[in-house]
Design a protein around this ligand. Structure first.
Ligand code: NAD
Ligand code: DAU
Length: 342
């Protein structure tokens, strides 16, 4: 199988490339990435020289580049996206461009080249806040921030190519994912790298927002199962049922690193914060998928990776990331409160 993996230099994309190349000996991977602030060639360095791997630097909004990369491919898995909610609140434009227009360009090229299997990687955030119970794939979409709204637009557009043109598109909606090489703007690497440096852990609101945290290889096996066995036109939730609030997450990270609770600080909340997501993943489980990592195992593996790969994240944190961090956190941390003992 020759497969185009877009967004391959990012967190989940690069882990997926590793999974494909190690588990599927007949897979040839064309890895495409624009290399935005979140794209990092270091994430793909291990595959350089592998005859089954090739890298193309390109924008998924560029029809010529996408068409050229897709020519001869049997399959497409799209990870490329602007992926961070806080940045979407600051500046939504890039989110609409990549997460919606980029999907149109990919789907048009997939039609032209008669690609046989296509997975659009989406997110549980398209359902919006889930106050109780769990949502399945029939639940109405109600995204509430520019990131999730753009992801909903992108996946609906992708699915429309199935109903309108018979393009074999499938969509996955995954929960919060953690593991090696996650850009240090997302909560787990923010907390882990700050804690290693004895810096404060900025917790939004009262720290009661709940997420399901899934290890990245479990997300990759779910996506891969959908790629090979999913039904064209169908949507698959990918979730793990471990619900963790932010104070509990921060506490667990501090315990693993043997750092004091006093590093936790409550700061002004994220605008439009979704306080809970919760997925019913029975449809994917019926295909034979089961996550391998419990939350404690996933978190321990992740913390360990950041401890052992300081060069990777220090190179990012010492660059332009500092400007974003100051803009998002400096004033809020100046007005922050401690977390009550408990
Ligand atoms: P990421 O930000 O780490 O990586 C995104 C990659 O896409 C980067 O390498 C970036 O350079 C590339 N990219 C951005 N715009 C591009 C463009 N116009 N053309 C080509 N490449 C472009 O994101 P991630 O966390 O790895 O997420 C990957 C996908 O999974 C996204 O679609 C995201 O919505 C989805 N997702 C993420 C999570 C999570 O918890 N991280 C959970 C569910 C779904
Ligand atoms: O749910 C899937 C989504 O998970 C993906 O689609 C997104 O690409 C990914 O970024 C992630 O979105 P979240 O907004 O849930 O992740 P984030 O790591 O930004 O935040 C997780 C929780 O932690 C959320 O309740 C907000 C809180 N948080 C986050 C940051 C960055 C904090 O309390 N402090 C922080 O500094």
């Amino acid at each position: 199988m020759r497969i185009l993996v877009t967004g391959a230099a990012g967190f989940i994309g690069s882990n997926y490339v590793r999974y494909m190349l190690s588990k599927q000996p007949d897979a040839h991977v064309v890895a495409l990435d624009k290399l935005t602030y979140a794209g990092n060639l270091a994430n793909l360095a291990a595959f350089e020289g592998n005859p089954r791997f090739q890298f193309v630097q390109a924008d998924i909004c560029d029809p010529d580049a996408v068409g050229e990369a897709l020519a001869g491919c049997d399959a497409l898995v799209n990870f490329a996206a602007e992926s961070h909610v806080d940045r979407s609140v600051i500046d939504p434009m890039a989110f609409v461009k990549t997460n919606v227009e980029g999907i149109r360009v990919l789907m048009e090229a997939a039609r032209t080249h008669s690609v046989q299997r296509i997975v659009q990687v989406s997110t549980d955030e398209v359902y919006g806040h889930v106050p109780d119970g769990s949502v399945n794939e029939q639940t109405l979409l109600a995204p509430r921030n520019p990131y999730s709204a753009s992801k909903a637009g992108g996946e609906l557009l992708a699915l429309s190519y199935f109903t309108s043109f018979g393009l074999p598109v499938m969509v996955t909606r995954g929960v919060n994912t953690i593991g090696p090489s996650q850009y240090p703007e997302k909560v787990v690497p923010v907390f882990v790298t700050n804690a290693i440096d004895d810096e404060q852990l900025p917790i939004y609101g009262e720290g009661k927002a709940v997420r399901e945290y899934m290890y990245v290889t479990d997300h990759c096996t779910g996506i891969d199962l959908v790629l090979h066995r999913g039904e064209p036109g169908a949507v698959y939730n990918v979730g793990v049922e471990y619900e963790v609030d932010t104070v509990t997450l921060a506490t667990s990270i501090l315990e693993l690193l043997e750092k004091p609770r006093s590093l936790m600080r409550l700061i002004e909340d994220r605008p439009g914060h979704d306080y809970r997501y919760s997925l019913d993943s029975a449809r994917l489980e019926a295909l034979g998928w089961q996550p391998k990592y419990t939350f404690p195992q996933a978190l321990a593996e992740t913390v360990n990776w950041y401890v052992e790969n300081e060069d990777w994240w220090r190179a990012i944190k010492s660059g332009s990331f500092g400007e974003y961090y100051a803009r998002n956190y400096a004033e809020r941390l100046a007005r922050s409160r401690p977390v009550a003992a408990g």
